[in-house]
Write a protein that binds this ligand. Structure first.
Ligand code: KIV
Ligand code: NA
Length: 276
């Protein structure tokens, strides 16, 4: 079944958890889609896990469109969300609508995501009015890493928690159909999830959110530069890959690979003639 804004809302209403993973390429998106994932996020985290930057700030619209195109081609039923990169929406409402439009038109995603609370509500409203569904993103917002002073848990004090609840409500009121809540205490996330109508997708936000999102390199142990506390390792695919690469190197050096079964035949007669 194809996932839509309406089916995702129905999942919240029916207490059926929404599943979401990041994806950045065609073949991985296809595997996740076949496994039955509800949503795929082409996150600007691709700057870190795919491109090797220290944070998400250098990611461009061109990077996002390129990867979103690939993921959209691999997703048959999953609802694809494209992330708006740093400075593609903060600068003006015009830029926000223009770039959200590009991401949807060229990347072929079903919705866009952008970071921030009250300060980006005019942008959310304008993008939604253009017919583009929006996912909000509050709590730890990695594009503001320099303002936040690092990647750390948000909303711990009463003041910060109140502000986060206000931001969630404002983003909902601006027209977002869902919100990613990143790195906040589980009990606060539970409170926010209960007080909002739209689905809350948690990452490092406890079990009471309406759904979960993870960066797939984190859950598969494919990225060792930085591992957040909330990233459960579901399989050590990184170790498996490294072993396979080492086996390939060894077998190639030894002449054990390729075997006859991996090659193509030619009539001996032809070779004999060539040798004459
Ligand atoms: O870019 C990303 O992967 C994200 C998720 C962590 C929510 O924004
Ligand atoms: Na992101």
């Amino acid at each position: 079944m194809k996932n839509t804004v309406a089916t995702l809302q129905a999942q919240k209403d029916n207490h059926d958890k929404i599943t979401m993973l990041t994806a950045y390429d065609y073949s991985t998106a296809k595997l996740m889609d076949e496994a039955g994932i509800n949503m795929l996020l082409v996150g600007d985290s691709l700057g870190m896990v795919m491109l090797g930057y220290e944070d998400t700030l250098p990611v461009t619209m061109e990077d996002m469109i390129h990867h979103t195109k690939a993921v959209s081609r691999g997703a048959k039923n999953a609802f694809v969300v494209g992330d708006m990169p740093f400075m593609s929406y903060q600068t003006s409402i015009y830029d926000a609508v223009y770039n959200a439009g590009r991401l949807m038109k060229e990347g072929r995603c079903h919705a866009v995501k952008l970071e921030g609370g009250m300060s980006v509500c005019p942008q959310i409203k304008a993008i939604v009015e253009a017919g583009i569904p929006v996912v909000g993103h509050i709590g730890l917002t990695p594009q503001s890493v320099n303002a936040l002073g690092g990647f750390k848990v948000q909303g711990k004090s009463e003041e910060a928690a109140r502000k986060l609840i206000e931001e969630a409500k404002a983003v909902e009121a601006a027209g977002a159909f869902s919100i990613v809540l990143e790195c906040v205490p589980a009990k606060l996330a539970e409170l926010i999830t209960a007080s909002l109508r739209i689905p809350i997708l948690g990452i490092g936000a406890g079990v009471h959110c309406d759904g979960q999102i993870l960066i797939y390199q984190d859950m598969l142990a494919l990225f060792s530069d930085f591992t957040p506390k909330f990233a459960k390792q579901f399989a050590n695919v990184g170790a498996l890959m490294k072993q396979a690469f080492a086996d390939y190197i060894k077998e190639t050096k030894e002449g054990a690979f390729p075997g006859p079964e991996h090659g193509f035949k030619i009539d001996d007669e032809v070779i004999e003639k060539l040798k004459q």
